[in-house]
Design a protein around this ligand. Structure first.
Ligand SMILES: [Zn+2]
Ligand SMILES: [Zn+2]
Length: 171
């Protein structure tokens, strides 16, 4: 959904419901579940406020299983008209690092929703806080199978690495 900035009414444009924005994501496995945004003009800027909820399949960093993550970030974004080339450069202060621009009188709401969802995703996804991960010896998923590797001798290939690491650190 592309919004014409000049057509935003004075009292703002309210966009309610995920069905107002069908498939805003490049990755079609992401799903928009909720959308409630108010788009307003502030002088020449455009301010977008509200909330979205997005379901994203992620891969657990410990056990490598896929699991759905749901994020529901607050949206608070400001867009300024993109300065034309050759004109005076705008000076970015430290507060303006997240400054966004619109150009040609248009603001792409799908892009905004994707960016906000992306920022809200965890950097190191875990299927659950106490995920037990993969066994380093047999590779089994320890959430699912109880292997007895802990009682067995470690894989000799790991022993060689451990020995090497010990020598490198001078022990
Ligand atoms: Zn996991
Ligand atoms: Zn094992």
């Amino acid at each position: 959904m592309v919004i014409r900035v000049s057509e935003i009414p004075d009292d703002g444009l309210s966009i309610e419901g995920a069905d107002r924005l069908p498939q805003p994501f490049r990755d079609h496995s992401w799903r928009l579940e909720e959308l409630s945004l108010l788009v307003e003009r502030d002088d020449r800027d455009v301010v977008v406020r509200g909330r979205i909820a997005v379901s994203v399949p992620q891969v657990c960093g410990r056990c490598l299983e896929r699991f759905p993550t749901r994020v529901a970030p607050e949206v608070q974004a400001r867009f300024s008209p993109r300065p034309e080339r050759g004109k005076e450069p705008i000076e970015l202060g430290s507060d303006d690092l997240e400054l966004d621009f619109y150009s040609d009188d248009s603001l792409d709401l799908a892009q905004l929703v994707e960016t906000e969802a992306d920022l809200a995703l965890p950097m190191k996804p875990l299927c659950r806080a106490d995920c037990r991960g993969l066994c380093p010896t047999c590779g089994g998923n320890r959430n699912v199978v109880e292997c007895d590797c802990a009682g067995r001798a470690p894989d000799p290939r790991f022993a060689v690495l451990k020995d090497l690491a010990g020598r490198l650190s001078g022990q």
